[in-house]
Design a protein. Structure first.
Length: 803
C-alpha cells in the first residue's frame, strides 16, 4: 500500500438515526443509570520499566477489498429500498452487519436524495419506525424520533456504500439527517431536555436534602403589620434601566468628530463617581484627554502591543485579528483614563485589608457606570487594554503609585450595533445564561424557577441530526460547481456534512480551530503494558505547553490553537498559561483489579469535555480537534474498542508507543483479563468507561457530545478518539453528525473502530502518536472542502458549458 493513499474503510458516516429529525424531547434514562456506585478504588499503579526501542507493528489493518481506492469512500448504511427508488441512484450497501443493529438503532425511514431540484419524498408508509427509546435500542439515551410529516424530507441525500461505483450523477453524502430550524448561536440553544424527563434521572446527586425544596430561602414570616418592602421602579423606568444595559456596546467603529458638550460629559462623570467602592474609598480618578499629541502617543503604544499580541496568535486566529479594529484613540474627541489609587482611604480601608484587588475592582465599577451613562447620552465608549500598564503611567505622567484600570475612547457614533462587534466579526459567541447560573453549589446548573439541569442530559438533548435542507443545497451546489460531478470525492461528502451540521450552504470555513489535548494517567500501567514510565504523561504536558511537541509543530503549520486539559494526570502540574486544570482524579485505578473509575468520576470527566467544547466554541473556534496524552492509554482504548466492536482483544490491541512481542502478548492478556473481570455492557456507556476507560477517554466523549450539540465539527485523531467516538455514539447516535475521522492510526483497534463507526479517515500515514497530530494534518483538508464551496465558480456564473 503506497504511503499516503486512502484506505477504504467499511461502513458509513452518520448512521440511520441521524436521518430523522430530533425535536426537543425528554430523555429517558433509568434513574439507576448514574446512581450505581462502584466498588472502592484500588491504590495507584506502580511505575513500569525503562523505555525500549519502538518495535514495528505487526498487525496491518485489512482494507475492505471491495472498496476501490480513489472512489469517494461513501458511508454505507442506507436503506437499499429507498436508494433503489431514486432514479440514478447507485445501489447501496447493506447496513454493516452489527453496526446499525448492534447500536440498537432502528432503521430510519429514508427518502431519496433530492436531485435536480426534485422535492424529497416522504418515507413509504410503514417504513417509518417508531421513536427509539432506551428500552429498545439498548442505549440509555434516546435516539431521534422520526418525523411523520409527509412533507418533511425524512432522509437526506446520502452516499452509496463503500462498494458502490462512483458515478457522475451520484450524490456523495456524508451524514444525513433532517431538521428544520434550530438555534443559530450559543445564546439560543435548542430547547433543553424536558425538566420532567431525563435531567432529574441523570442527576448524580441523590441526596434528597440537597434538592431544590430543601434549598428554599428562609422567607420572612408573614406579618400584616410589617411595612411592604421598598418599591422598585415602575415598569417603564425599570425597562429603561435594563435597556441601557442591554444596548451598551463597546464601540470601535463609526465614531464622529462632534465635540461632547461640557454638561453631557459632566453627567457621565457624575454617574461614574456614584459607583460603589470598597470601604467607600472611591479610589478612582478620571484623566480627561483631548490633546491630539497625547492621543497620538497613546496610539503608538497601543499599536506596539497590538503587534506583539498578533505575533502570539495561532495563524487561524491572527488572520481574523488582522481584520479587527481594537481601539479608536485617534477617532474620538475625548479619551478618559480611569485609575485606581490603592492607598486611598488610608491604611484601614474597610474590606481592602484581605483583598487589595478591591480597589481596582471599585474603579472598574465606575467605568461601567460611565459606560451606561454615556450610552444613555448617545455616546459611544471603547475600552482599550492594549497597553503595558507601567509604560502607560509613565507616558501619561501619572503618579507612580496609581494603577490604570481603563483607557476609554469616547465620542458620538453613527450607530450602536445590536451585538458586540467581536461577535459580529465571528471572534466570539455569547454564552447562554443557563451555562453560568448554578444553584447552591457549583455545577448544579439551574436558572431561577427551574429544576437543575444535568449537563450531560442537556448536551445530549441538544444534539440534532444534519439539516436536510442545507445538505440538499450542498449537493445541488456541488453539481453546479465548475468540476465534474463527484470529482472532489470525499471532500464533497465532508462539505455536505459541514453544510448539514451548520445548517448553512456554503458552510462556514472551519477556521479558527483548536485541538483539545486531554491528559490522564492509567492504573493499568502497573501491568507492564508499555515501556514508558508513567511520569512521561506529565512531562509531555509540559512539552505541549512549552511548544516543543509534534502537536505544536503541526498546530503551528495549520494555524490551530493548542489547548491542554489535565483531566487526570497522576502528578501535580504547575499552573501554566494554556493549561486547563480540570483534574477529576490523579489517574485511573488498575482495571485488571477493579473498576478504573467510579460512575461519578466518569460523569465529571465527560463534563470536563463538554465544558471544554463550550469554551472553545464560545471563544470563536469553528472546528474542534481531539487530542490526548496518557501513557498506557492504548490499553484502555483497546478494551473499549473490543467491547464496542465485539472483537477479540488480540485483534484490536496494538503496540502503542512501540512494544516488543512479549509485552504485546501481555497487553492483550491484560485487556482480556479486564474484560473478563468486568463483563462490560455496551448498552451502559458510563458503566463501560467506569470499568475500563480512561479519564481522557471520558473527556473526549464529552468533547464530541459538546461539539455536536453546538453544531461544530469535531475532527477525530487516532485510536483513543475512535474508542471515545464509539462510547459517545452509544450515548447519542447523532453525535456522528459532527464527527470527521482525521486519520487512520497504525493501531489495529483504530481501523476496527472506524469500521464500526462507518467513518472514513482523511489521512493515512501510519502515524501512531496521538496528541491530536493526525487530526491536525486533516484540518486543512476539511477547511479546503468548505472553502471550495465558497470560492469555486458555478457553471452558470463562470459561463462554462456543462457536459
Ligand atoms: C476590561 C475590558 C477590556 C477591554 N479591552 C478592549 C480592547 O483593548 N480592545 C477592544 O477592542 N475592546 C476591548 N474591550 C471591549 C470588549 O471586547 C467588549 O466589551 C466585548 O466584546 C463585549 O462587547 P460589548 O461591550 O459591546 O457588549 C474591553 C472590555 C473590557 C471589559
Amino acid at each position: 500500500m503506497p504511503l499516503g493513499q486512502f484506505v477504504p474503510v467499511e461502513g458509513s458516516v452518520p448512521t440511520t438515526p441521524h436521518l430523522a429529525p430530533t425535536p426537543p424531547r425528554p430523555l429517558s434514562v433509568p434513574p439507576e443509570y448514574f446512581a450505581q456506585e462502584q466498588p472502592e478504588q484500588p491504590g495507584q499503579p506502580e511505575q513500569a520499566t525503562a523505555p525500549e526501542a519502538p518495535a514495528h507493528r505487526t498487525a496491518e489493518p485489512t482494507p475492505d477489498p471491495a472498496a476501490a481506492p480513489g472512489v469517494p469512500a461513501v458511508p454505507a448504511q442506507e436503506l437499499p429500498a429507498q436508494a433503489d427508488a431514486t432514479p440514478g441512484a447507485e445501489p447501496e450497501a447493506d447496513p454493516e452487519p452489527g453496526t446499525l443493529q448492534d447500536a440498537g438503532q432502528q432503521p430510519a425511514a429514508t427518502v431519496p436524495a433530492p436531485r435536480d431540484g426534485e422535492r424529497p419524498t416522504a418515507a413509504p408508509a410503514g417504513t417509518a419506525p417508531a421513536p427509539v427509546d432506551a428500552a429498545e435500542d439498548g442505549s440509555p439515551f434516546p435516539s431521534a424520533p422520526e418525523t411523520t410529516d409527509p412533507d418533511e424530507p425524512m432522509h437526506a441525500p446520502h452516499p452509496a456504500g463503500p462498494t458502490a461505483p462512483a458515478s457522475q450523477t451520484e450524490q456523495p453524502a456524508a451524514a444525513a439527517l433532517i431538521e428544520a430550524d434550530g438555534p443559530e448561536d450559543l445564546s439560543t440553544p435548542a430547547e433543553p431536555a424536558d425538566a420532567d424527563g431525563l435531567p432529574q434521572a441523570l442527576l448524580l446527586d441523590d441526596d434528597p436534602e440537597a434538592g431544590p425544596d430543601s434549598a428554599e430561602p428562609l422567607a420572612p414570616a408573614a406579618d400584616a403589620s410589617v411595612e411592604p418592602p421598598a418599591p422598585g421602579y415602575a415598569d417603564a423606568e425599570r425597562e429603561a434601566v435594563l435597556r441601557v444595559m442591554r444596548e451598551r456596546r463597546d464601540i470601535r467603529n463609526g465614531f464622529r468628530s462632534d465635540p461632547i458638550p461640557h454638561e453631557v460629559l459632566l453627567r457621565v462623570l457624575e454617574a461614574a463617581h456614584t459607583a460603589p467602592s470598597v470601604g467607600h474609598s472611591q479610589p478612582w480618578d478620571f484623566v480627561v484627554i483631548k490633546s491630539a499629541d497625547t492621543r497620538r502617543t497613546m496610539h503608538e503604544l497601543a499599536q506596539r502591543q497590538r503587534e506583539a499580541y498578533a505575533k502570539s496568535l495561532p495563524k487561524g486566529r491572527a488572520k481574523q485579528f488582522k481584520e479587527l479594529k481594537i481601539e479608536a484613540i485617534l477617532d474620538t474627541p475625548v479619551n478618559i483614563v480611569v485609575t485606581a489609587d490603592p492607598t486611598r482611604g488610608g491604611r484601614h480601608t474597610l474590606g481592602r485589608h484581605t483583598q487589595p484587588q478591591m480597589a481596582p475592582y471599585s474603579s472598574a465599577l465606575a467605568v461601567e457606570n460611565l459606560w451606561l451613562a454615556a450610552r444613555a447620552e448617545g455616546l459611544g465608549v471603547g475600552w482599550v487594554s492594549f497597553f503595558d500598564e507601567r509604560e502607560m503611567v509613565r507616558a501619561l505622567g501619572l503618579p507612580e503609585h496609581l494603577e490604570v484600570v481603563a483607557y476609554l475612547c469616547v465620542g458620538y457614533v453613527d450607530e450602536f450595533p445590536d451585538e458586540p462587534e467581536l461577535m459580529q466579526a465571528g471572534w466570539s459567541k455569547r454564552r447562554p445564561l443557563s451555562w453560568v447560573v448554578h444553584e447552591e453549589t457549583y455545577g448544579r446548573r439551574a436558572l431561577p424557577g427551574e429544576d437543575p439541569h444535568d449537563l450531560l442530559a442537556e448536551t445530549v438533548g441538544n444534539i440534532r441530526p444534519l439539516d436536510a435542507k442545507a445538505l440538499g443545497e450542498a449537493w445541488e451546489r456541488q453539481k453546479r460547481m465548475t468540476k465534474p460531478a463527484g470529482a472532489l470525492g470525499m471532500l464533497e461528502i465532508i462539505s455536505a456534512q459541514l453544510s448539514g451540521l451548520s445548517r448553512m450552504c456554503p458552510p462556514p470555513i472551519p477556521e479558527p480551530a483548536a485541538v483539545a489535548i486531554f491528559a490522564g494517567d492509567h492504573g493499568v500501567h502497573a501491568q507492564g503494558v508499555t515501556s514508558w514510565p508513567q511520569e512521561v504523561t506529565g512531562q509531555m504536558v509540559a512539552n505541549f505547553l512549552g511548544g516543543g511537541a509534534v502537536c505544536n509543530a503541526f498546530a503551528n503549520q495549520v494555524g490551530a490553537e493548542v489547548c491542554v486539559i489535565d483531566v487526570g494526570v497522576a502528578s501535580e502540574l504547575p499552573a501554566t498559561p494554556g493549561l486547563l486544570p480540570r483534574k477529576v482524579r490523579a489517574g485511573t485505578a488498575d482495571m485488571t483489579t477493579g473498576p478504573a473509575l467510579t460512575r461519578e468520576e466518569v460523569k465529571a470527566a465527560i463534563e470536563v469535555g463538554i465544558e471544554t467544547a463550550r469554551d472553545l466554541v464560545a471563544a470563536g473556534n469553528k472546528a474542534l480537534l481531539t487530542g490526548e496524552m496518557g501513557i498506557a492509554n492504548t490499553t484502555a482504548s483497546a478494551a473499549l474498542i473490543s467491547v464496542y466492536t465485539d472483537t477479540d482483544p488480540a485483534e484490536v490491541t496494538g503496540r502503542g508507543t512501540g512494544i516488543n512481542d512479549e509485552m504485546h502478548a501481555r497487553k492483550v492478556e491484560v485487556v482480556r483479563r479486564a474484560l473478563e473481570l468486568h463483563q462490560p455492557d455496551p448498552a451502559d456507556p458510563v458503566g463501560v468507561l467506569a470499568a475500563i476507560g480512561g479519564l481522557e477517554h471520558a473527556a473526549l466523549v464529552g468533547l464530541l457530545l459538546g461539539g455536536a450539540s453546538l453544531r461544530t465539527p469535531v475532527i477525530l485523531d487516532g485510536v483513543s478518539a475512535g474508542a471515545a467516538a464509539l462510547v459517545a455514539r452509544a450515548i447519542a447516535p447523532e453525535v456522528l453528525a459532527a464527527c470527521i475521522a482525521g486519520h487512520r492510526s497504525a493501531e489495529p483497534g483504530h481501523v476496527a473502530a472506524l469500521n464500526k463507526l462507518g467513518l472514513r479517515p482523511l489521512v493515512d500515514l501510519d502515524l501512531r502518536l496521538g496528541e491530536g497530530t493526525g487530526a491536525l494534518l486533516a484540518l486543512p483538508v476539511v477547511q479546503s472542502a468548505a472553502r471550495a464551496m465558497h470560492e469555486v465558480a458555478t457553471f452558470d456564473s463562470a459561463g462554462v458549458t456543462e457536459k
